[in-house]
Design a protein around this ligand. Structure first.
Ligand code: ADP
Ligand code: MG
Length: 386
């Protein structure tokens, strides 16, 4: 799950990470009030779940509370396009009004899980404020890394090593070490999958603060953090993905035109592979789960047909725990209720497969059937491209 910058800053400050003074506003008048309290100079920052807001015109400096009000008026309601939103952009609902600080240096700090090393990694770079992906691609030697042993945690010497490599000294060095430890504690305690500070500000006076903050969380751990789970902003998510999660379906929207409905994540991955192998592109990943019910089949179809990119669908069900006749009944019922018009290729295998196939045949509906995954993929791809 992703959250907004202002929410990430709330969490981080609870762990002692230093952030600029600021408050959230959903209307221009409130923006002015906040600027009067903490200003006069403030930065007005669009809150959307995407980076690159500065370049896209979503982060602006205001010298007076009146200016803050005008800028908030411009930014709230605007459709902000950044390199991370895609060309359609994101509608801005709120702005963070923040103390405008004097910029000395802009550094980069990020913590993620390094899956290959099976541990969290703290990354630091002097090249902050810009796209870190570019730094990683072009000058990877400018990114310093410390892997964390989860059993012992982030050690003081590791924080000092990173602060030293960033070229910090004196009181700034000490502040940076404290900052890094607090950031790691926040990352670890909140079951985050990412905590990124870009830029980490070193003020002209030598103070260390998080100017930007991004946090993502492991969805599987959210029930341990009801306060964080509450920060979810459904408006920032794909509507079909939201709908799927309400039905406990694992659904991820992709770019192709072949809708997939599969039981089991492994089979779903293999199905997407074979669609691509046959020259097609899946429109989604959809795992209806091991013990598919008629209800789940219907919900899954509802989502598939709501996606206007889906031109044909491939249903690939392995009847292990679930019986093929039950799935076939679910498909027939859903197809009749939802008035499915897209061509559909169905491949059933496993328990009661003969009965399942008979139910489909006797239904009077026109499905394409396939006995193997390869046959199914080779049938569905041309149908989708027609
Ligand atoms: P994004 O990464 O989405 O572009 P940031 O929060 O990193 O958004 O802001 C972009 C730039 O705006 C920063 O690199 C920094 O130069 C400037 N900025 C952001 N917040 C402040 C602030 N409170 N005071 C001064 N400058 C700021
Ligand atoms: Mg940033």
């Amino acid at each position: 799950m992703k959250i907004h910058e202002y929410q990430a800053k709330q969490i981080l400050s609870q762990f002692g990470v230093r952030i600029p003074r600021g408050e959230i506003a959903d209307n221009p008048a409130r923006a002015r009030e906040i600027a009067e309290e903490i200003g006069p100079r403030v930065v007005v920052k669009a809150q959307i779940h995407a980076g690159g807001r500065g370049k896209g015109g979503g982060v602006k400096l205001a010298n007076t509370p009146g200016e803050a009000e005008n800028l908030a008026d411009q930014i709230i309601g605007m459709n902000l396009v950044t390199h991370q939103t895609g060309p359609e952009g994101k509608r801005v609902k709120r702005v963070l009004i923040e103390d405008a600080l004097d910029i000395g240096r802009e550094l980069y700090i990020g913590i993620v899980i390094d899956r290959a090393q099976e541990s969290p990694v703290v990354m630091a770079s002097s090249e902050g404020g810009m796209e870190i992906e570019k730094v990683a691609a072009e000058t990877p030697e400018l990114i310093f890394k410390e892997h964390i042993d989860p059993a012992t945690g982030f050690q003081g010497f590791q924080a000092r090593k990173l602060a030293f490599k960033l070229g910090l000294s004196g009181d700034t060095f000490k502040q940076a070490v404290k900052f890094l430890s607090a950031l790691y504690k926040a990352f670890q305690s909140s079951d985050a999958s990412l905590a990124e500070i870009n830029p980490l500000l070193i003020t002209k006076q030598g103070d260390v603060l998080a100017l930007d903050a991004k946090m993502n969380f492991d969805d599987n751990a959210l029930r341990r953090h009801p306060d964080i789970a509450e920060m979810r902003d459904l408006d920032e998510e794909d509507p079909l993905e939201v709908e799927a999660s309400r039905h406990d379906l694992n659904y991820i929207k992709l770019d192709g035109n072949v809708g997939c409905m599969v039981n089991g994540a492994g089979l779903a991955m293999a199905t997407m592979d074979i669609i691509m192998y046959s020259g097609g592109m899946p429109a989604n990943f959809l795992d209806v789960g091991g013990g598919v019910s008629e209800e789940a089949v219907k919900n899954a179809f509802q989502i598939l047909v709501s996606d206007k990119d889906v031109k044909a669908a491939l249903v690939n069900i392995f009847g292990g725990i679930v019986r093929c006749d039950l799935v076939a009944n679910g498909i027939v019922k859903a197809a009749k209720e939802l008035d499915l018009t897209i061509p559909m290729v169905i491949r059933l295998e496993g328990t009661n497969v003969e009965l399942g196939k008979k139910i489909l045949q006797d239904s009077g509906l026109s499905f394409f059937s396939a006995s193997s995954m390869k046959e199914a993929a080779e049938k569905v791809v041309p149908l989708a491209n027609q």
